[in-house]
Design a protein around this ligand. Structure first.
Ligand code: 6PG
Length: 248
């Protein structure tokens, strides 16, 4: 399988995000030779914030942003103005700083009725993102992994979200009960390129278990990310990769 992105281990969180930013911009530039539009699904949480800031600072003029469409892997069911809103954070750090039309931004409307929003967002994805059979094929899906091992908003114990034929689903944070909307496992695994961006020592043990295919990682959603006809790459810093040093 020829993939554009490659697993990388960088010195620290900044260098890891900077490396992914460079690769993402190069990927989009190359793909734009062949495709009119590029479809990217972003994650939230704290880790991609550096990525957003670096793209805004260093690459604001590097692409014709009119040809890039951004969707979200998941969203917390909160208004865009909330500090917890994945769209709100990306908007503040990146979209307000680049020349991208509003119609290219496809946030999940976290404040709306969640079941209706799942239907609306599914339609919005299918209306824009090319599909193979009935699943959309995003060009790039950027994922993270929480300290509690969730990825997208699929939490440990919710691996049924890899078996459903739905495109989006409501999910719940098992501890806080916070409602989320997430892309399902089949949609993520249908992407051309899936990239994990993970930094920090708090994730090191989980990364070890996933890379060693250890049974203790079986309920870690990240272990079930295997793109069906695309690439999987990990952008890690040394703190996150400490136990897999030399094994990749
Ligand atoms: C979310 C995210 C989620 C994220 C992890 C990592 O909204 O919760 O999209 O899947 O990737 O929680 O979060 P941190 O970067 O904050 O560790």
């Amino acid at each position: 399988m020829k993939t554009f992105f490659k697993t990388q281990i960088l010195d620290d969180a900044h260098d890891t995000a900077a490396c992914l930013a460079t690769d993402l911009i190069r990927y989009c530039s190359e793909q734009m030779i062949f495709h009119e539009n590029i479809y990217i699904a972003l994650s939230g949480g704290s880790t991609p914030q550096i990525l957003f800031s670096i793209i805004a600072a260093d690459y604001s003029k590097a692409l014709d942003w009119k040809r890039i469409h951004f969707f979200w892997v998941d969203e917390r069911c909160v208004p865009f103005t909330s500090v917890e809103s994945n769209f709100g954070v990306a908007d503040r750090l990146l979209f307000s700083k680049i020349d991208i039309p509003e119609k290219n931004l496809h946030p999940i409307r976290g404040a709306d009725d969640s079941l209706k929003e799942v239907v609306r967002y599914t339609d919005e994805i299918l209306m824009h993102v090319p599909s193979v059979y009935k699943y959309p094929v995003f060009d790039v899906v950027i994922l993270g992994m929480g300290n509690d091992r969730h990825t997208a908003s699929i939490f440990p114990g919710q691996n049924y979200l890899f078996d459903t034929s739905s495109i989006c689903s409501v999910s719940y944070h098992p501890q806080s009960g916070q409602k989320r909307i997430t892309l399902t496992g089949n949609v993520i695994n249908n992407a051309q390129e899936v990239v994990f961006l993970i930094t920090g020592s708090a994730k090191a043990q989980q990364i070890k278990s996933i890379f060693e295919d250890s049974p203790e990682a079986d309920d870690s959603p990240a272990k079930h990310i295997h793109p069906a006809h695309g690439g999987l790459s990990w952008y890690l810093d040394w703190d996150a990769a400490i136990y897999i040093n030399g094994k990749i």
